[in-house]
Design a protein around this ligand. Sequence first.
Ligand SMILES: [Cu+2]
Length: 330
Amino acid sequence: MLSFPNIYKYTLILTIFTAALSHCSSTSPIQQSQNEEAFSSTAPSQPPVDPVIRRDGQTVYIEMTSQVTDIEISKGVIYNAWTFNGTSPGPVLRVKEGDTIVFTLKNKDMRMNHSMDMHAVHASPSSKFIDVMPGEEGTFTYPASNPGVFMYHCGSKPTLAHIANGMYGMIIVEPKAGYPSDHLVDRSYTLVQSEWYKEHDYNSFVNGEPEYVVFNGNTYTLKEHPLLAKVGDTVRIYVSNAGPNEVSSFHVVGTIMDRVYKDGNPRNIEYGIQTVMLPASGGAVVEFTVTEEGDYPIVTHQFKHVDKGASAVLRVTKDGKNHGGKTMAH
Ligand SMILES: [Cu+2]
């Protein structure tokens, strides 16, 4: 049986829970129906804009936009994407462990709310990851106290639609003392895996299969313009899986990963890895050496996703330059 103090405690918890719920669902029914209409319609494409990033000591000011921009996700296939700054993935952000981030989101989408959920920080979601209304801006401050490779994404409801429509990216929090292998690394690249579904089709996001699975937003750029390395180089890739629904079995054909830092934390080091499991939103720093000339496909080893686009090429040459010719992609 509940004693009086216990009843009091549970009532208090329920009250707090109810208050939190009402805070979360502050969207009016009118806003809701406007949103529903906006979810399935296309909007005029807004040109990409560069993020504004300024450092003052250990404080980093980051200003980004939420906006709608047409993106070519596969050759000749245009997606009316919801984006950060007009690209999908959004810009790669880099800060240092111990920095304070002062983040401003300018919502240029006049149809609906957007927001920013930074996986890289400790912050109260109900006050720091909140919706910014159409045409307005919001500024949020949080510490970047953990090193790693993190996802950021729009967290507005339904979050699935905001991620599936293109609102995600990578933020790297560089470790204060660097990685123990920094001195070995010759080149580094960033890769974000993600999925594209039937355009603006919420049912497809929930129940369907992705039409495309891609690295850095589309099916073709990293096949036509391969990543480059020189014979003997140690290559580092900062990799993140934005999902929203699928995992990534990240693999580089023709090599073994000498080191993997899970989620990019220098303390999470593993050696001799063939394939890295990245859950939806997971990240890693992977490092490997390339010993022979040739084209090395970079894939997720879930090969149905390779056939939907998730393949990039690392071209290894004697001098590290691209001398042309068609790439051997998977
Ligand atoms: Cu959004």
